[in-house]
Design a protein around this ligand. Structure first.
Ligand code: SF4
Length: 363
């Protein structure tokens, strides 16, 4: 029987391993060790297999292989870029909007993304999971706030928990009358698809609440055959999927790639949901685009793909003020020349080709 080289089936966690596998240049090892001392590294075999080691600009490598650029912290970058701490009434809970909370159960992930907005909180060496007491206190908080309709399990990656533990957590949440939706944010279907087992799916389906899963992927290559199969197992089990992606320079900041990503989501029965503008996480400036670039991409996307494929382009306002849609605006006030054309004109509106129309049209 053929035996698989264990080096090819293990998650890569050390810069030296990345160099040995040809995924990082040996000349940069000293800098990568400095990055590794601050931020976690993990590249699963499934993700490593997607990287072309001969492409110095590989879009998968840019997301997971550390870079010396991460040592450069720009003004305005912040360890808590979206202001979770300002809205955390008890450990593990972020209550920013009235009807929903984030419930941060674990601080570990299958892979560590170089642009992660929680990069200061996730990874080995950080607290790995809430203590039992903290978990119970978080549940008590949810129980005592009847306005909480939706609980969003995030982290870290909640699907790093065992199916048995997940089943307990889902049952605890479903046992709270006012909690109707449990949403799980995860990269596991892409980064470690085998974890999406029958046991895990059974744990995620609960009576008393509806489970939604937000799958995080940023490049169409991440939706590999095994990732697609994992997503299909979830949707076949009746669990609706939405997407979340981050707009990243050198990864998906061109219309062709973004279009292919959104089409791939829809083909996998994943409704495109969020395209996040890159957060001001420390050492991530090399991966951020400008907002103008993001708006231009959204304009282009509108002209190229169906409404099913359109995500919301959003920015988490630093300081904890929540998400704001920042996509292009198609509706505006008419200018004076346009007003003169018809007294009825109230708005100017731009179509998907960029052409301007007045509304209501001239009688
Ligand atoms: S999977 Fe999510 S939480 Fe984990 S490193 Fe990536 S972006 Fe951060």
């Amino acid at each position: 029987m053929n035996r698989i080289d264990p080096k090819l089936t293990a998650t890569l966690r050390q810069p030296a391993e990345l160099v040995e596998r040809g995924l990082a240049p040996a000349a940069g090892l000293a800098d990568l060790e400095k990055v590794a001392a601050r931020y976690a590294i993990a590249v699963t075999p499934e993700i490593a297999a997607l990287i072309d080691p001969n492409d110095p600009a590989d879009p998968i490598a840019r997301q997971f292989i550390p870079s010396a650029d991460e040592l450069v912290v720009q003004p305005g970058e912040n360890a808590d870029p979206i202001g979770d701490d300002a809205h955390s009434p008890v450990a593990g809970i972020v209550h920013r909007y009235p009807d929903r909370v984030l419930f941060k159960l674990v601080h570990v992930c299958a892979v560590y993304c170089r642009f992660c907005f929680r990069r200061e909180m996730v990874g080995p060496g950080k607290a790995t999971a809430l203590s039992e007491d903290a978990y119970r206190a978080a549940l008590d908080y949810i129980r005592s706030h009847p306005e909480i309709w939706e609980v969003i399990l995030t982290g870290g990656d909640p699907l790093m928990l065992s199916p048995r533990r997940l089943a307990e957590i889902m049952a605890d949440l479903a046992g709270i009358d006012h909690v109707k939706i449990v949403r799980i944010h995860t990269r596991v279907p892409v980064a470690d698809p085998a974890r999406v087992s029958a046991e895990m799916i059974a744990a995620l389906r609960i009576a008393g609440a509806t489970t939604w899963i937000a799958v995080h992927a940023n490049h169409p290559r991440e939706l590999s055959a095994v990732a697609r199969a994992a997503c299909a197992r979830l949707t076949d089990a009746g669990i609706p999927l939405v997407s979340q992606s981050v707009l990243l320079r050198g990864v998906n900041d061109d219309a062709v790639t973004l279009e292919a990503l959104m089409r791939a989501f829809v083909e996998c029965r994943i409704k495109p949901y969020y395209l996040h503008h890159g957060d001001l996480a420390p050492g991530t400036a090399h991966l951020r685009t400008t907002i103008e670039q993001g708006q231009e991409l959204m304009r282009t996307l509108r002209g190229r793909v169906s409404g099913l494929c359109q995500p919301d382009y959003v920015l988490d306002i630093p300081g904890g003020h929540g998400k704001a849609p920042i996509g292009p605006n198609y509706l505006s006030q008419p200018n004076s020349r346009e007003r003169e054309l018809s007294a009825a004109t109230q708005y100017r509106i731009v179509d998907y080709c960029g052409d301007v129309h007045l509304y209501p049209p001239k009688p």
